[in-house]
Design a protein around this ligand. Structure first.
Ligand code: 5GP
Length: 116
C-alpha cells in the first residue's frame, strides 16, 4: 500500500522543496538532506511505488528502463564512472528503508566505507 503522504511524494508534488540535480517527466534526482558521502544523490521515479520490488512489479517497462537510464545519466553528468560510485536501494524493515517511496542512493566523491 503506497502512502501518498510520504516525504518524497510531497517533494514530487512540490509541497516541500529539494536541492534538485535533474528532473524530467519520469524521474527526479536531488541531493540527500543528510549526506553520507561527498556526493549523495537520491533518485526517485515519478510513479507511486513503495520500494524496489513494487516499482519493478507494477511500473511498465518504459518507466523502468527510463528511470534506470536516468540513473546512468546522473552518473555521467556528475562524471563518476572513472572513480566509481555505490548504488543502494534500502527496502523494508530489514533493509533499513525510512522513506516508503522507491529511491536509489548514488554515493560517490570519496571511498565509500563498508557497511559492517
Ligand atoms: P532510506 O533509509 O529510506 O533508504 O533513505 C532515506 C533518505 O532520505 C535518507 O538518506 C535521508 O537523509 C533522506 N531524506 C529524508 N528526508 C528528506 C528530505 O526531506 N529531503 C531530502 N533531500 N532527503 C531526505
Amino acid at each position: 500500500m503506497y502512502d501518498e503522504n510520504n516525504i518524497f511524494a510531497k517533494i514530487l508534488r512540490k509541497e516541500i522543496p529539494c536541492d534538485k540535480v535533474y528532473e524530467d517527466e519520469y524521474s527526479l534526482f536531488f541531493n540527500d538532506i543528510n549526506p553520507q558521502a561527498k556526493i549523495h544523490v537520491l533518485g526517485i521515479p515519478k510513479f507511486p511505488c513503495a520500494n524496489f520490488s513494487d516499482f519493478l512489479k507494477n511500473a511498465d517497462n518504459h518507466h523502468i528502463s527510463f528511470f534506470f537510464k536516468n540513473v546512468q545519466l546522473i552518473i555521467s553528468m556528475l562524471d563518476l564512472e572513472e572513480k566509481g560510485y555505490r548504488l543502494i536501494s534500502n527496502t523494508g524493515e530489514d533493509g533499513g528503508q525510512e522513506v516508503p517511496h522507491f529511491h536509489i542512493h548514488i554515493l560517490a566523491g570519496e571511498k565509500i566505507g563498508n557497511l559492517r
